[in-house]
Design a protein around this ligand. Structure first.
Ligand code: MN
Length: 262
């Protein structure tokens, strides 16, 4: 198949509905749940604020527009390598310098929703990933790996989404070894339905926050607070997730989409 006919097949399938578009982003606004860091760890990102400039009124009679107060890491968002100290020196590691081809790529979706329902602190290991590959095929270099946990169903409320008690947050995520394995397979990104790309218990891991530490050290990317991963097949969907082209940006809210066979 030539490249032209491959693309025209996709165009026909989009128009006929054989390929559907799934929304992987949560609503972004003042109610969006944000990560909470205890004061001894660091400062927090402020709530999203929407300020009106005009609304068909004396400040602009025919038009409506707003300006935003918005952390880079708010809601469904992209983590660039420069977000972590281990990835700070990559010349192509900021939101405005990442090669755009990495924003459109095949996805592998690993389902841990049942394990997570039984254990909110469930951790993905290399053996889980290898068992998934034995069933669905290997993680190809250049593809994304997304962790389906169904945690997004808690995304309506900060309390249930962060799921914290006196011992800290309880949410699923990867072990350091699982992240090392998917990096070795050549994955360019790692995405989750939780508030960040790491598990709630990740501060106590070695290294702390391995999805951040190791992925960004390897010049790879993250996606957090994804939704609707239960609407994707294990393999066969295409992810489209591009951060805003913030100059020197460490991350950005994204409208993440997946092309999925109907
Ligand atoms: Mn982030």
């Amino acid at each position: 198949m030539t490249a032209t006919s491959a693309l025209s097949n996709i165009a026909s399938a989009l128009l006929s509905g054989q390929i559907t578009v799934v929304d992987l982003s949560a609503p972004l606004g003042p109610e969006t749940p944000l990560i909470y860091l205890p004061p001894q760890i660091g400062k927090n990102t402020p709530p999203v604020k929407v300020h009106s400039i005009s609304h068909y009124d004396q400040d602009g009679p025919f038009w409506s527009w707003n300006w935003l107060e918005l952390g880079e890491h708010s809601g469904t968002h992209f983590d660039a390598p420069v977000h972590w100290i281990t990835g700070k020196d990559y010349a192509d590691g900021t939101t405005d310098t990442i090669p755009v081809k990495n924003f459109v790529a095949p996805v592998n979706v690993i389902d841990i929703s049942q394990e997570t329902a039984a254990n909110h602190d469930f951790l993905l290991t290399p053996d889980h990933v290898k068992a998934w590959e034995a069933r669905h095929g290997r993680i190809e270099p250049g593809s994304w790996v997304l962790l389906r946990s169904d945690w997004y169903k808690r995304n309506g409320s900060t309390e249930t989404f962060l799921n914290a008690d006196e011992n800290g947050p309880h949410s699923p995520g990867p072990t350091a070894e699982a992240i090392e394995y998917i990096i070795a397979q050549g994955a360019i990104g790692w995405g989750t339905e939780t508030v960040g790309t790491d598990a709630g218990s990740a501060g106590g891991m070695n290294p702390p926050f391995p999805a951040h530490n190791l992925m960004h050290k390897a010049n790879r990317y993250g996606l957090a607070s994804l939704v609707n991963l239960d609407k994707l097949p294990p393999k066969g969907a295409i992810l489209i997730a591009a951060p805003l082209k913030f100059v020197n940006g460490t991350g950005s809210p994204v409208r993440a989409l997946a092309l999925v066979p109907a």
